[in-house]
Design a protein around this ligand. Structure first.
Ligand SMILES: [Zn+2]
Ligand SMILES: [Zn+2]
Length: 366
């Protein structure tokens, strides 16, 4: 268990000096030193999530709907990273994973550290731990060549994981996977995915197909149509349809069993509720920036017996389940690999909403 000795002292990183001030690729960001019960991972690939964009722009909302301001500066985002261990900090006798080796593949996820003791940590809902830190607001993430990770909460990936495609499963993938779980679907049930062509959406379609659901993807344009139908879903173009809700009700003979909304528009949420059949479930994922409200009459929810469920990523166990479905080929992330330095351009593309699936940045040169 010897550490790689030729580690540099500075590295390339995507640094946001102040929120809303843009992102700069620098070459002189310090390589962190792993402390007690920490490891240092070299980042191989990282996905780019919408939340990275919103955090860098200073528009990421917290649970109260207001913008989160308690963000470490300079900010280094990235929480869909796949790396390999290159060195170890000093470990105590109780350090977990005694067999860890240099080169072991690890994930860099949204969650960085948890308390392991609270009601959420002991019930597989540790993403709600009040003492948790994450790679979006508190700690530097995968938009750098080397990242420190807590050995007590390490995302250990199978050795045959493809580092290019596994990254997006660590945030977009598990978020969509958990939403499909919350929707409690089974063979032949109807699932509508609103915003189906994006990172979250294309995962939601595929995890929905894994449980045997009939999936309808709502999005717009010829390119998205071809993409969504290639994933095995029916396509409804919200810009072309004279009435999306009626179209969904007609296809599903009365309404869908579940709708997963990845889009940030208030209209998308209330429209999705109207697409549901009696007893249906609305799954909210993909946090829209700003004050976005669900404007559905309470009477609708009561009389139709609807459920409204949100989820913030998923637990470690759920993450590894989501990754396994990618590893075994049941779910295929649609990715386009670009150079790390293209991050500012990727943010512009994300803003316009014209990315199919996910863009993955190559951080370490192989
Ligand atoms: Zn994310
Ligand atoms: Zn906790």
């Amino acid at each position: 268990m010897t550490a790689q000795t030729d580690l540099p002292s500075v590295q390339k990183a995507a640094v946001v000096p102040k929120l809303g001030g843009g992102v700069n690729i620098v070459s002189d960001y310090p390589v962190p030193t792993p402390g007690e019960n920490e490891v240092l991972a070299q980042v191989l690939y990282t996905g780019v999530c919408q939340s990275d964009l919103h955090t860098a722009a200073g528009t990421a909302p917290g649970a109260d709907g207001k913008n989160i301001t308690n963000i470490k500066l300079p900010h280094v985002g990235g929480h869909e990273g796949v790396g390999r261990i290159v060195s170890f900090g000093p470990s105590t006798s109780s350090a977990p994973h005694p067999d860890l080796k240099i080169g072991d593949p690890v994930g860099i996820r949204f969650l960085a550290r948890i308390c392991h003791e609270c009601e959420f940590c002991i019930s597989d809902r540790e993403q709600h731990c009040g003492k948790a830190t994450n790679h979006l607001h508190h700690e530097d993430g995968s938009f750098q060549e080397y990242c420190v990770l807590d050995r007590n909460y390490l995302t250990l990936l199978p050795h045959d994981t493809d580092p290019k495609v596994a990254g997006p499963a660590l945030c977009a993938g598990v978020t969509a996977y958990k939403a499909v779980k919350n929707a409690n679907l089974s063979k032949g049930k109807w699932l509508v995915v609103v915003g189906a062509g994006g990172g979250l959406g294309h995962f939601a379609i595929q995890y929905g197909k894994v449980v045997g659901a009939n999936v309808i993807g709502v999005d717009t344009g010829k390119v998205k149509e071809e993409f969504i139908t290639s994933l095995g879903a029916r396509f409804v173009d919200f810009a072309k349809s004279s009435n999306v809700v009626e179209e969904i009700r007609s296809i599903t003979d009365g309404g869908a069993d579940a709708a997963i909304v990845t889009s940030g528009s208030p209209r998308a949420f209330s429209g999705a509720v109207d697409m549901l059949r009696i007893g249906g479930t609305l799954c909210c994922i993909g946090i829209p920036p700003g004050d976005v409200y669900l404007t559905t009459p309470v009477a609708t929810i009561i009389i139709k017996g609807l459920k409204v469920i949100g989820n913030l990523v998923g637990s470690m166990a759920e993450t590894l389940e989501a990754v396994e479905l990618v590893r075994n080929g049941s779910v295929k992330p649609h990715i386009e690999v670009r150079d790390f330095e293209e991050l500012p351009k990727v943010y512009e593309m994300l803003e316009k909403g014209d990315i199919l699936g996910r863009i993955v940045l190559q951080v370490a040169k192989e």
